[in-house]
Design a protein around this ligand. Structure first.
Ligand code: MD3
Ligand code: FE
Length: 198
């Protein structure tokens, strides 16, 4: 079992506390629109990061870097309740280096992809969903392997490790209006990652 699902790991009060933590992150690291390498085509998801390293994508490629691509400021720290979650579920003796914050409005999709920009795959990716439910798709380690669909609801945590660390995955759609957590609606996904070997 290399995908561990923790349904409603964060109850409503803790979800609200996480949203407040993220408000402070967004003040210091505003959302930006990532762009596809080479084409420069914008993603429909908006994003930012916290932690010593953040994932960015622009016309030059995908990479991790220590500063915001538009303000040039270092990323803010990862909120303590997310560090606590990581240490509880990740099963590695080191902390996360990157927390990617993805914001999905209605109609936003994320195509099937692998996460392989990290320099180590030894640690799992830990994902937290907040707000509207997403229809998530996960397959195998080749693009043609069979896929299955799962719903990710507000407060759910999933840990992708072992064989599934390199599984293809994406977001097919967002179920608008399924949660009242975020005042403007939509969905936030947080992914905690180790980037460098340990
Ligand atoms: C399975 N994010 O940021 S979270 C991403 O909902 C990303 O924002 C999606 O894919 C989102 O790269 C999916 C679930 C997830 C995250 C990372 C994984 C599933 C994963 C890495 C390996 C396998
Ligand atoms: Fe991904």
């Amino acid at each position: 079992m290399t995908v561990q699902i923790l349904p409603e790991r964060f109850k409503t009060e803790d979800q609200r506390a996480l949203v407040a933590d993220l408000g402070a992150v967004l003040e210091r690291a505003p959302l930006f629109v990532p762009r596809m390498p080479r084409s420069g085509k914008p993603f429909s998801v908006r994003m930012t990061n916290c932690g010593p390293l953040g994932w960015v994508s622009d016309i030059d490629g995908y990479r991790y870097q220590p500063h915001h691509p538009e303000t040039g400021a270092p990323w803010p720290e990862i909120p303590q309740r997310l560090l606590d979650l990581w240490h509880e579920v990740a099963g590695v003796p080191v902390g996360p280096e990157a927390c990617l914050v993805n914001l999905y409005g209605p109609g936003t999709k994320l195509g099937l992809h692998q996460d392989r920009d990290e320099r180590t795959f030894e640690a799992p990716v830990v994902s937290v969903s907040l707000g509207d439910t997403a229809v998530f798709r996960i397959g195998g380690t080749t693009r043609k392997a069979a896929t299955r669909s799962m719903r990710l609801a507000s407060g759910d945590v999933i840990v992708f490790g072992g064989d599934d660390r390199l599984a293809y995955h994406g977001i097919d759609r967002i179920l608008s209006g399924s949660s009242s957590l975020l005042p403007e609606g939509g969905r936030i996904n947080l992914t905690l990652r180790r980037v460098t070997p340990f």
